[in-house]
Every structure is written in structure tokens, then in C-alpha cells.
Design a protein around this ligand. Structure first.
Ligand SMILES: C[S@@+](CC[C@H](N)C(=O)[O-])C[C@H]1O[C@@H](n2cnc3c(N)ncnc32)[C@H](O)[C@@H]1O
Length: 216
């Protein structure tokens, strides 16, 4: 099946520290190959998936703030993967596993239905041009996929600083029958570390919107 990817493959310079981390730490902190056994991955702790962690700032903060939750953090961007691996190791975090690859493939092929306690996607690429909207992460087919992998009561938390995307997210998420908005409309800014993309958005004067939807 040909897939419309939610990202643009880009190179980006990998620093020597990141390269070293990719070489030496990936074997230790990568999520195991194949189907993920979320019951045992973090010794029975609930597991959330972070889609598109970027440089991993939020990942590290969330992992430190909530050691009782395991985070599977996925991104396709190599320098960020290197950076996150380095941080996990330097801080001795035992509740993060990294996936260097497409989170959509991961959800589809390696995560059981009804198994995740949460899915988080902070500042997913907004794909502002109309002809690129089909690449958005928050689009009907991918929202249905994400919802199917959440357990009952599990939450999908997304944030964006691109107002038209925020409005579209609201529409797409409201239309998914297995999800309900945890708030009336926008969620308050809750338990979400400031990331590079949020800071940039705020500097540009953008309004940041959070949305939280719960699996029925
Ligand atoms: C705009 S950046 C935001 C990064 C970070 N969450 C932040 O707030 O700073 C979006 C990230 O999502 C990643 N991404 C997009 N589609 C993805 C996918 N299907 N699987 C994994 N990562 C993806 C991109 O590589 C990029 O790093």
C-alpha cells in the first residue's frame, strides 16, 4: 500500500556526540524489534507513545516528571534521535525507549489494539499548504489508527501553534466516534513541557492550542 508520509525526509547534521550515541546507545535504548509487548516493556508501567519528539526536550522532562510511566518516543529525524539517546543515558532514565522510524508504521504494525495509556504529539508538522494537508498527522485515517491503539480512558494529547491546523484538529478529532474531547474545546496548557517548536511559535506571536481526547 502506498502511504502518504507525515514527514519530509531531511538530513540535518549529526554532531559527533550524537553519532557516538547512535552507535553505542541505540542497542541499549531502542525499543525491541517486532511487536512491542507493552505489558513487560517497562515492567508493567503504563506506556505512552510520543510521536515526533524532535530534539526530545519534552520526552526527557516528561520521563523525569513521571517515572511511573514508560515512554516510547518515535521520530525519523536522526540528529534528534542521537540527542535523545545521549540525554537518556546521561540522566540515567529507565523509562524511555526510542524508535528511530515512522510512528505510523509502528502503530500499525507493532502496537496492539487497546494497549497504550496515551499518545502525545506536540507541534506535529502543520503542512500549511492545502495540497499538503493529506500529510498531516491529525487526519481522519491516522486519528482512527491512534484511537484504536489507545486503551479505554487513554488520552491523545496534541498541541499546535498553527491556528488553521488547530481548527482542523478539532474537527477531525470530534468526528472520530471512539474519542471524546476531555474539555469543551481547547484544553488548558497542561503537563506539557515547553519545546523548541513551541518557543519559536510563541516568539512569532502564535496562539498555542492544546487538545486532549479520551478513548471511549
Ligand atoms: C515540528 S517538529 C516538532 C518536534 C517536537 N515535538 C517539538 O515540539 O519540538 C515535528 C517532528 O515530527 C517528526 N515526525 C513527523 N512525522 C513523523 C512520523 N510519522 N513518525 C515519527 N516522527 C515524525 C518530524 O521528524 C519532526 O521531528
Amino acid at each position: 500500500m502506498s502511504e502518504i508520509r507525515t514527514y519530509h525526509p531531511r538530513r540535518g547534521r549529526v554532531t559527533p556526540t550524537q553519532a557516538e550515541a547512535l552507535r553505542t546507545l541505540m542497542p541499549r535504548y531502542a525499543a525491541p524489534e517486532g511487536r512491542l509487548d507493552l505489558q513487560t516493556l517497562f515492567g508493567g508501567r503504563p506506556v505512552v507513545l510520543e510521536i515526533g519528539f524532535g530534539l526530545g526536550h519534552a520526552t526527557v522532562e516528561m520521563a523525569q516528571a513521571d517515572p511511573g510511566t514508560g515512554i516510547v518516543a518515535a521520530d525519523v529525524h536522526t540528529p534528534g534521535v542521537g540527542r535523545l539517546l545521549h540525554e537518556i543515558d546521561a540522566l540515567g532514565l529507565d523509562n524511555v525507549r526510542v524508535v528511530h522510524g515512522d510512528a505510523v508504521d509502528l502503530l500499525r504494525e507493532r502496537v496492539d489494539a487497546g494497549s497504550l495509556a496515551g499518545v502525545r504529539a506536540f507541534f506535529p508538522d502543520p503542512w500549511p499548504k492545502a495540497r499538503h494537508h493529506k500529510r498531516r498527522l491529525v487526519r481522519p485515517d491516522l486519528v482512527a489508527l491512534i484511537a484504536s491503539r489507545l486503551r479505554h480512558g487513554g488520552a491523545l494529547h496534541v498541541a499546535t501553534d498553527w491556528e488553521p491546523y488547530a481548527e482542523s484538529m478539532l474537527e477531525v478529532l470530534d468526528a472520530e466516534p471512539t474519542l471524546r474531547n476531555a474539555y469543551e474545546r481547547w484544553a488548558p496548557r497542561l503537563e506539557r513541557p515547553l519545546t523548541k517548536f513551541e518557543r519559536t511559535g510563541l516568539e512569532k506571536g502564535h496562539q498555542v492550542r492544546d487538545l486532549v481526547y479520551v478513548r471511549r
